[in-house]
Design a protein around this ligand. Sequence first.
Ligand SMILES: [Zn+2]
Ligand SMILES: [Zn+2]
Length: 290
Amino acid sequence: MGKRVCDNCKGKRYVIFQKGKFARAIICQRCYSVCDKCGGDGIIFKKGENNYTYANKCDCTMLENRSVLFNEAMIPAQFAQVTLEDFQISHHTQEEARTNSQKFVDSYPIQERGLLFMGPVGVGKTHLAVGIIKKLTLEKGVSCKFVDFFHLLADIKEGYSGGKSDKEIIEPFVKAPVLVVDELGKGRNNEWESNILDQIISNRYNNSNELVTIITTNYTTRRDSTLSVTRTRATKNLLASTKDKNYEKEVLQETLQERVGERIFSRLVEICRIIEIEGKDFRSLKYSED
Ligand SMILES: [Zn+2]
Ligand SMILES: [Zn+2]
């Protein structure tokens, strides 16, 4: 066997692909079976001092466990191929965010807090969060979970009809050593929704010496940079004649504090370090390139 890099997995020893809603990893079948350390048996025999022979697990057996961790992380299929290395940078805050993401991976599990990526749509917040847990699962063997907050709410509602309580459904996310909550603040933000969020965040806050949380949100701490939502509201004269005049537009610019409430916000900033990402508007960037 030569030392040529496997062209099936590019030397990574995993192949990552999309399956249904999620990204999946399997051990490369082409090079795994011929692990040059153990010949594929998974065991390495070493001679000790007294001429005893010791059997040790080969490093390649970890690959199996790590691909299981990756698959259990529930990374959405559309992010199957993203990595921290291929993160596109068009603004210095993106560069800083990527550096901090890599540092986070390198120092895990010895870091003080998780990360809270905030900024507008399209600057790569989810990309970084996925890049982090991809490395943590595959390179460090850490158990991680990804959850889109909006999808979680839908799953909980669906669970109710199957007789499941919200506790049962959120439990894996409450307990995951590393949790990514994507799109925090999305939803209708009613009392039920903020109660679900509170259950997750409070639990993680109370166990923050063991659990690390990574958040992405379009809401920021400043009114001028937070998500701006235009709502169309019917006015009193709805029953009267013409359409257009009977609606008025309302622009909502809630900060993250306002969106999630002081209690959750104060816990978030204690368990996460805020990383605000700005970016050139991706659409105008595209147009100027044409
Ligand atoms: Zn391979
Ligand atoms: Zn091996």
